[in-house]
Every structure is written in structure tokens, then in C-alpha cells.
Design a protein around this ligand. Structure first.
Ligand SMILES: [Zn+2]
Length: 173
């Protein structure tokens, strides 16, 4: 009789619902990516993409300033890396964790990559497209990811507040 390996059992377990604690763990990884954006003077937003088994297959951070490029958002980077890892444009069974509510461009990228689960931290009142300005994931696009907002929202928002407070201080000098 074949015995099931521990990792197999874990991967079967992982196919089910991701727990709140796990969501926070992945969000903490996205936060670590966001902190790296501070080094280049970029608004600190970070993102990770996990596969069906819960492995991180994509990481990204906002690099708009670093790259002088309007589309270098954290989600785009993480999706690009995940697609390369999977070898496909489809990210079936994957989950995306991002520290800030996605903008319309990134919501579009999530839909195009068919990512079924989206978890975000802080709300974004100016361009947030998971309900703040519009909820693009409730429109009739033929694909509707499950959205979980507010995960580690306090920490995600605090990092942004610290960044903008620092900017204001610089402007006053
Ligand atoms: Zn975006």
C-alpha cells in the first residue's frame, strides 16, 4: 500500500479555503515587498502571487519612479513573474495578495490572467477598483474573482502614511 507523503497531504489541504492566518502571512510578504519600494522613492505597494499549493511564484513592488514607467505597478510585476513561473498567461488556481486596493489597470490584468482570488490590504479612495471608486470585479466580464479586502489594512495603510508624511517633511525643508 502506498503511503501518502506529508507534502501531498498538505497540498490537498491547501486546495481548500485559505485561512485568515495564512492570508495575513502572505500579506506580510507583500508588505515586505512594499518596504523595498521605499529605497527607490516609490509609493510603498507590494504584491505576491501564490500557486494552487500555496507557493509564492511571483513578487512585485511599485517601481513607477525607479523605472520612470506608468505601468510598473506591484501587481503587474508579480503577475509577470508568476506567468513566467507557470509558463502560461493563465494563473488558474492562483491567489494575488496586494497591500493596496488595485487600480483599474491592475484589476484588468487580474481579470486577463484569470486569477480567481484577490486579497488586498488598505483601501484606495482615488483609484481603487474593488469598490472604492468602482468594483470592476462585479462587472459583466465573464470572470469574477473572489475579493477579500482589509487584510492587515492597518499595517498597509501605516506604511503609506509614513511614506507620505516623509514626503511632506521634505517639501517643507
Ligand atoms: Zn495598479
Amino acid at each position: 500500500m502506498q503511503t501518502l507523503s506529508f507534502s501531498y497531504i498538505i497540498s490537498v489541504f491547501r486546495m481548500g479555503e485559505v485561512t485568515t492566518v495564512e492570508r495575513e502571512d502572505y500579506m506580510a510578504m507583500a508588505l515586505a515587498e512594499a518596504e523595498k519600494a521605499l529605497l527607490t522613492g516609490d509609493v510603498p505597494v507590494g504584491c505576491v502571487v501564490t500557486d494552487r499549493a500555496g507557493h509564492v511564484i511571483g513578487r512585485g513592488r511599485n517601481r513607477r519612479e525607479e523605472r520612470k514607467n506608468a505601468v510598473r505597478h506591484a501587481e503587474i510585476e508579480a503577475i509577470e513573474e508568476a506567468c513566467a513561473a507557470v509558463g502560461s498567461w493563465r494563473l488558474d488556481g492562483c491567489a494575488l495578495y496586494v497591500t493596496l486596493e488595485p487600480c483599474p489597470m491592475c484589476a484588468g490584468a487580474i481579470l486577463n490572467a484569470r486569477i480567481p482570488t484577490v486579497v488586498y490590504g488598505a483601501k484606495e479612495p482615488v483609484s481603487g477598483s474593488c469598490g472604492s471608486v468602482i468594483n470592476l470585479f462585479e462587472e459583466r466580464y465573464g470572470f469574477r474573482p473572489a475579493i477579500y479586502g482589509g487584510v492587515l489594512a492597518g499595517q498597509c495603510a501605516q506604511l503609506l502614511q509614513r511614506f507620505f508624511a516623509g514626503l511632506r517633511k521634505k517639501e517643507q525643508l
